[in-house]
Every structure is written in C-alpha cells, then in structure tokens.
Design a binder for this molecule. Structure first.
Ligand code: PEP
Ligand code: MN
Length: 350
C-alpha cells in the first residue's frame, strides 16, 4: 500500500504517517518524488485496513498496490529507476549501456587485453565471471578471488565498471568489495537466501531471469532484493528454455516491453546466453536495443575457440566493435543515447 501525501505536506505530517504505519505493525518507507512524497507500507501480505491512515493530516490518497511484487511495480514508483555507476554510466532512463567481456576471467593477459579493446569500442561496463555456476562439476569453475582482483585491475586501467557473479550468500561480500554490480545468475534467480544477502549489499544487483521463470517470478525475485533495502536492481532477459534445438535458449524480447509496463526497474538483454550461438548474437542484440532494452550484456573473447567457457557464443573483438556502431544508429533512431564512451584515464595517457 502506498500513502500519497499532498504536494504541500509538511515533514511533521509525513512523520505522522510513518509513525502510524509502525503503530499498525508494519514497516514504513518514505519515497520522496519530484511532485510529491509517498510513504510505502511494507510487510503486509494482503490488504491493510486504511481507515486510520486516510484521515491523517497531509494525506491525499491511498493506493492499494494490486501486484504481488510491490516495491518493484510501477504503481509503487512511476518514475524509472536510474542506476548511476561511478564511471558516469547510467542504466535506465534513456541511455543504452553496454556490458561486455568474456564469460570467465581466465588470465591477466586475457582480461586486461580484451578490456582495452572493449573500452575502445565504447563499452563502459566489463563483465567476466570469477565464480562460475557450471552445469557440470568438472567444468572450469572460475579463478575465484584472484579473478576478482584481475577485474579490479582492469577497472583501474580502463575506467570500466565491473559486473561479476556471486554464486552463494557467503560470496556476496567479496564480490561487492571488488565489483560495481553484483550479478545473480539464471540458475540462482530463485535462491532466496542469496537474493536477501544481495539486498543487504550496498551495490547494484544485476538479476538474470531464470531459464524457466515467468516474468512475474523474475519481478518477485527482484522484490526480495528491494524488500531488504537495496533499490538498485537491473533485470536481465537471457533467454528461457524453448522446445527448438536450433538455439541454446529462446531470447524472449517481449519480456522487455512487458517488464517496462509493469516495473520501474531497468531491463537489459543478454543475447549471448539467449542464443548460445555467435552468429545469432549480433542480430538479436540489435533487436533488443530496438525493443527498448536499457542495455546489453555481450560475451566477447579474444580467442573464442580456446575459451574456457561459452566460446561458441562469444564474439571476436572486431565483431563487437562493428556491433557497437550498429547499436549506436539504432539507439539514435529510437530517441535514446548510448552511455558516453570512456576516454583513457589521464594517468595512462603517454
Ligand atoms: C554468465 O553470465 O556467464 C552466466 C552464467 O549467465 P546465466 O546465469 O544467464 O546463464
Ligand atoms: Mn557465459
């Protein structure tokens, strides 16, 4: 439930609403807005009797949020959530942000080399798994903390922000220490203890759609993170299981406008895992931007044939540069802007 205050409500009147909500046994979350403040009531599972709140001074109206995901819904917050990274990239609200990099961090030379190529092509966020959730326990599991350190070095050298995955609640702190964005993978979308732990972290979270999850389940998983106090969630469509074996997954581009109608959270697309095939990544990346995605996540490897994971869906760096040029044209055509490219950090200019 949302208690909307009149535009001239005083701080004391807002405080009165907060106090009453607490007296009723719920939590109160004031949400300052451009036009007016609202106070959200959280902690209820079902309709709350609003009689006491309706009559308080300064209250304009009570909105009962009809969706089961509350803080994530557009009813709760009409304005889009914009996530601002320290390198200037904004995710949500009119920019297209591109996150790119190898599936896994494999070595210093690999990650530093490819990061520089990606930065030069215009990507502003570097991806790379240090902890890998692999279908087989015998597959490469990632370099762990050493991988996180290499990502941090790549950030120092290029100015790119870092997104990397946390695979369990215990790993969230280490990832949050090194990364700018904590990724929660498709296999963990409904790992509620991990979601709760990420909700207590002070870093944005990239939440990938589970491979058999509905949009409603994706939004409910995001709600776990917001409910713990972290409002900075980026959703990611990465394909769902289909019946056709021509692609690894079925990239559900419809999810982009569907989510945008239901939620204020940004949504990006990952055509690499969404298709599983290098040749299909570029067309689907273009389509995702045209569909209104707030960004892309693309796997790029300097030598995909030798990649330790997901080589078959990784672009060569040259293909990625070409894709960036095409995306810029599409972005412009739909009235959006690319997240500004990073210039070399002054310390590195010879
Ligand atoms: C990844 O980003 O490398 C990854 C494992 O993705 P997903 O969780 O979407 O499978
Ligand atoms: Mn991968």
């Amino acid at each position: 439930m949302l208690v909307v205050m009149s535009h001239d409500a005083t701080p004391e009147e807002i405080e009165g609403v907060v106090r009453t909500i607490r007296e009723l046994g719920y939590e109160a979350a004031p949400i300052p807005g451009k036009q007016r403040t609202a106070v959200g009531l959280v902690g209820n599972d079902g309709k709350v009797n609003a009689d006491r709140l309706e009559s308080l001074a300064g209250v304009r109206e009570i909105i009962h949020v009809s969706q089961p995901y509350k803080q994530v819904s557009r009813e709760w917050r009409a304005e889009p959530t914009i996530i601002r990274l320290s390198n200037g990239t904004e995710i949500g609200g009119g920019q297209v942000a591109v996150m790119a990099g190898p599936c896994s961090v494999e070595s210093e030379a690999q990650i530093l080399g490819v990061a520089e190529q990606l930065r030069a092509a215009g990507a502003t966020v570097l991806r790379g798994g240090a902890f890998k959730p692999r279908s087989s326990p015998y597959s490469f599991q990632g370099l762990g903390v050493q991988g996180l350190r290499l990502l941090a070095r790549a950030r120092e050298e290029t100015g790119m922000a870092i997104v990397t995955e946390a695979v369990d609640p215990e790993g969230v702190d280490a990832v949050a220490e090194y990364a700018d964005i904590i990724q929660i993978g498709a296999r963990n979308m409904q790992n509620y203890s991990l979601l709760r732990r990420a909700g207590r972290a002070r870093k944005p979270v990239l939440l990938k759609r589970g491979m058999a999850a509905t949009v409603k389940e994706l939004l409910l998983s995001a709600e776990y993170i917001l409910a713990e106090g972290n409002p900075e969630v980026i959703l990611c469509e990465r394909g769902v299981r289909g019946f056709d074996t021509h692609t690894r997954n079925l990239l559900d581009l419809t999810a982009i406008p569907v989510v945008q109608a239901l939620s204020h959270l940004p949504i990006i697309a990952d055509p690499s895992h969404g298709t599983g095939l290098r040749a299909k990544v570029i067309p689907m990346a273009r389509a995702a931007v045209a569909a209104g995605a707030d960004g892309l996540m693309i796997e790029v490897h300097p030598d995909p044939e030798r990649a330790l994971s997901d080589g078959a869906q990784s672009l060569f760096p040259d293909q990625f540069s070409e894709l960036m040029e095409q995306i810029a044209v599409i972005t412009h055509a739909i009235g959006k802007e690319m997240a500004p490219a990073l210039t070399r950090t002054p310390a590195l200019v010879p």
